[in-house]
Design a protein around this ligand. Structure first.
Ligand SMILES: Cc1cc2nc3c(=O)[nH]c(=O)nc-3n(C[C@H](O)[C@H](O)[C@H](O)COP(=O)(O)O)c2cc1C
Length: 373
């Protein structure tokens, strides 16, 4: 029997334990460049088996929030190289979450102030985060998007490929494809945001085409064993909706089973909300999803997330329901989360007011157990 604290090899990456830091946007990278404070933050958390970075834009067009980092300028990649060096020096492993927000953006963040792009021209009932000239932050409604032309899609796939190469060159151990939470890949997947009538819309096979083209391009560039993917079958985040998530995501994982990926990362329920959240009239069956993946020959590590505490995480791994457990908010406020889980020590509570934007406060100043003592 494996435990949460045992090492594991996922694809080409060796992890010291099965505790993962979930991707967490923190809006502390002005001009899309992660600086020294960002490097300190990740290095502080390097005892996690795996760190997944905050969502990081593959292109300027893929940007949707103020002060989130990118993978498309020399300065940003140099900043990331310092992050990966710091994490490796501290004995950790780190992958970058590759992001194109699609319609969850604002014209003020887009190249030339243009409309954000999506599968279809359907505005999301959602908000994005902007920073005003005086440095204060505000939430603003996402702008109306335009539907991508067929001829533009290969260019976006190419942006993913280039960003994957640049990530490995910047020292990352791998990448996580962000196909969750209502962003561009998820916008193509779900019928609530995709009403295209070409090869990328209509039946599930067509709606999933964009995802598999991204997976194909990235795995060919950097290897299947350095690639993971995150999905959120039922989340309503960013106005994501589909009446038959079970069929859609069964098709997705069966397709993913044909690649030897590092891991499949599943957000169970509503991201940051109820674990039993459902879309449609039936509860989502995660066990059936995993079984379908395995039946189709998939053997990547199965990573779960959303509302896990110590007991639930230990049980998930010991019962074989998951190989890895990703923690989000607990990692914001506990740089030494692994030690605290091992010792069954109390956790620092996260301060929501400093989640998005700001400096060291609520970012790099949460004490470890030793510091608190
Ligand atoms: C401040 C904050 C930022 C987040 N940023 C991201 C992100 O960049 N990418 C992503 O996929 N999920 C993001 N999430 C969702 C988390 O990865 C995770 O799914 C969620 O917090 C539930 O896990 P938890 O209960 O362990 O916190 C974010 C959540 C929070 C609280």
């Amino acid at each position: 029997m494996s435990t949460l604290f045992d090492p594991i090899k996922i694809g080409d990456i060796e992890l010291a334990n099965r505790i993962v830091m979930a991707p967490l946007t923190r809006n502390r990278s002005p001009k899309a460049v992660p600086g020294p404070l960002v490097a300190t933050y990740y290095a502080q958390r390097a005892t996690a088996g795996l760190l997944i970075t905050e969502a990081t834009a593959i292109s300027h067009q893929g940007q949707g929030y103020a002060d989130v980092p990118g993978l498309y300028t020399r300065e940003a990649l140099d900043g990331w190289k310092k992050v990966t060096d710091g994490v490796h020096k501290a004995g950790g492993k780190i992958v970058v979450q590759m992001w194109h927000v699609g319609r969850i953006s604002h014209t003020s963040l887009q190249p030339d102030g243009g409309k954000p792009v999506s599968a279809s021209a359907i505005q999301a009932k959602s908000k994005t985060y902007l920073i005003n000239d005086d440095g204060t932050g505000t939430f603003a409604e996402t702008s109306e998007p335009r539907a991508l032309e067929l001829s533009e899609i290969p260019g976006i796939i190419e942006d993913y490929r280039k960003a994957a190469r640049a990530s490995i060159d910047a020292g990352f151990d791998g990448v996580e494809i962000h196909a969750a939470n209502g962003y561009l890949i998820d916008q193509f997947l779900r019928s609530g945001s995709n009403v295209r009538t070409d090869a990328y819309g209509g039946p599930i096979e067509n709606r999933a085409r964009f995802l598999f083209e991204v997976v194909d391009a990235i795995t060919k560039e950097i290897g299947e064993g350095r690639t993971g993917i995150r999905i959120s079958p039922v989340t309503p985040a960013n106005d994501a909706s589909d009446p038959d998530a079970q069929a859609l995501f069964t098709y997705v994982v069966e397709g993913l089973a044909t690649y030897k990926l590092a891991y499949i990362h599943i957000i169970e329920g509503a991201t940051g909300g109820p674990r039993d959240f459902q879309q449609g009239d039936k509860p989502f069956d995660y066990k059936a999803l995993c079984a379908a993946y395995e039946k189709a020959g998939g053997d990547a590590a199965w990573m779960v997330n959303n509302g896990y505490d110590r007991a639930l995480a230990i049980e998930a791994v010991e019962k074989g329901r998951a190989d890895l457990v990703a923690f989000g908010k607990p990692f914001i406020s506990n740089p030494d989360l692994v030690q605290r889980l091992k010792d069954d020590a109390p956790l620092n509570a996260p301060d929501q007011r400093t989640f998005y934007g700001g400096g060291a406060k609520g970012y790099t100043d949460y004490p470890t157990l030793d510091e608190a003592a």
